[in-house]
Design a binder for this molecule. Sequence first.
Ligand code: NAD
Length: 435
Amino acid sequence: MKIAILGTGYVGLTTGICLSEIGHYVTCIDINEQKIKNLQVGISPIYEPGLDELLVKNALEERLFFTSSFSEGLESAEIIIIAVGTPQRNDGAADLSYLEGAAVHIGTHIQPNTVVVIKSTVPVGTNEYIKDLIQKNCPKEISFEIVSNPEFLRQGSAIKDTMKADRIVIGSENEQAREKIKEMYKPLNVPFIMTNIRSAEMIKYASNAFLASKISYINEISNLCEAVGANVEDVAKGMGKDFRIGEAFLHAGIGYGGSCFPKDVKALLYTAKLNGVNFGFLNEVIAINDHQHELLVEKALKRFGSLAGKKIALLGLSFKPETDDMREAPSIKISRALLSLGAKVSAYDPVAIENAKHILGETIEYSSSVKEAVNNADAVFIVTEWNEFKELDLKSVTESMKNPIIFDGRNCILDSKLRDCGTVEYYPIGKPSIL
Ligand code: NAD
């Protein structure tokens, strides 16, 4: 099939690459000309495991193309997939301006009988709104269909999640359009959930808000565990074995971040408010998460009394491991809080430093290794659970610090490593500290 994708971010690029890998002819379009120029010579704008190899392979095999020309990309497409960003507006609602921009281009170039797919995360009713907008921008009335096909991939395992998805949700009011999108995905051999457009739109928000709630729930349990002397890891294991609860997303830590959970929870809350439904539960999910982001600084303040003049080594900047994405990363709030308390921050991350510089600028120091970051530090904060940090040589880390004090925001250091290390003061989340 000939497919055009608008947006070459984490979702659009991954989708484009995977669809070309299963045999389709895919043209990826982006308004960011520099991104397109780089992609045309095989340079990916994002860090995502396994993506670079498939990008080059499918481009060489001439199934994957990149352009910033909407006419070139859209006029020969039988399916157009929209994967542009839907960031958060100040009032919490989803900002649809990129989607509206895409609709104008699609309206100008769309050919009759094309199926337009909205993969971006959008509030209920948006597919209908965008369909109207595309129609309004068509030079003449043409027949086309719209399908809601929300995306569930996770950054850091985006290729695997796309090639082996748990489910593919297809929301449509038109039988032929639905079958066409099913056909497009058929080689993936993944279960389909067929529904109407509004339910498909809701499935995405309901899923993300549920996952965020699960995180806030275990985090609040971890705070209670600390207060009563229980161990949240044992508690989570004991809970997770119940198949009705499940083991995933029961890792206590310093809260969720990223480009999806924070904005999607707020957008769902906004939709509820707009429709007169009191979904106050989500306010609690957000409040718990905001507090978790402050936890390491609170613990350090309690330990030191004052953080003025202290050097804190931040290990991890990205919002989670295996990605360079800094959107809503807890490291941002933590760095700013430390700076406001007069501390010096020296940070290391395997891949996110360049993106971090766009947000934090020169307010903090960036190190090119763990060794450099922790040198002469008063304390280490583990902010992102990169494998590199799980495998740290704790002895050499603590030896080069001023004080051997670790605040582990992701509970990623094994007990056995702590035992072998000897002298260390260790403050995890939701379980007893080692003093
Ligand atoms: P992103 O910000 O990484 O990428 C969006 C891209 O769209 C950018 O490259 C931008 O230049 C481009 N763009 C904007 N307007 C355009 C236009 N009119 N035409 C062509 N390109 C245009 O975004 P993302 O993280 O890939 O997310 C995209 C959507 O998918 C969002 O709605 C997001 O909520 C959803 N989503 C994201 C993830 C994730 O893990 N990132 C997972 C599931 C769903």
